[in-house]
Design a binder for this molecule. Structure first.
Ligand code: IMP
Length: 178
């Protein structure tokens, strides 16, 4: 079966992702030893990363999800809207926010503001990809899988117009091949 992909190149292979996610999970497990963190997955982009990450977490934890909407195509559509909120009460809990990518940082900042009101013991960011050169607000994720250039990427949860989230690797979008 042919899958016609609008790709300039594959940026990060499935093997490299899995290796790095295991390292991150081990680091987080060590950092949170003796505590029971809540891993909050940000839907939909974090879905593959989230599943791979928590499979490799070796301490007790809770899982929960939020869904925000911020992008249309490759363009940011302004302030992110909440589509789905948490079920867990995060008061006095240690929260690890699991994101696909931190780009301008606007979504991350919005999430922080939303969660801080609920008085968690701590909140840290864990993102698979970080685009530090495109940052518009001051956010430094504590856990980041890969720092990448300012290019639009697809795959491993990341979409372009709703497609390509299912790709098991991360590639750079070629808009001319659309
Ligand atoms: P930020 O608010 O600009 O940091 O963007 C965060 C969200 O934008 C991410 O959770 C993604 O859903 C989306 N996003 C940013 N860059 C890309 C990209 O290169 N590919 C796909 N989605 C992206």
């Amino acid at each position: 079966m042919e899958h016609n992909l609008p790709l300039k190149k594959i940026l990060i292979s499935e093997k490299a992702i899995n290796k790095r996610v295991k390292e991150l999970a081990l680091q987080i497990s060590r950092d949170y030893e003796g505590r029971t963190p809540v891993f909050v997955g940000i839907l939909r982009g974090a879905v593959l990363f989230y599943a791979e990450l928590i499979k490799n977490i070796v301490i007790d934890c809770n899982i929960d999800f939020m869904c925000l909407c911020s992008y249309e195509g490759t363009q940011c559509a302004g302030k992110p809207r909440t589509i789905l909120d948490l079920r867990e009460d995060i008061a006095n809990r240690h929260v690890v926010l699991v994101e696909d990518i931190v780009d301008t940082g606007a979504t991350a900042l919005q999430l922080l503001e939303m969660l801080k009101i609920r008085k968690p013991a701590s909140v840290e960011f864990c993102t698979l990809l970080d685009k530090p050169s495109n940052r518009k607000v001051e956010i430094v994720p504590k856990y980041a899988g890969f720092a990448i250039e300012n290019e639009f990427v697809i795959g491993y949860g990341l979409d372009y117009n709703g497609l390509y989230r299912n790709l098991p690797f991360i590639g750079v979008l070629d808009e001319n091949k659309q």
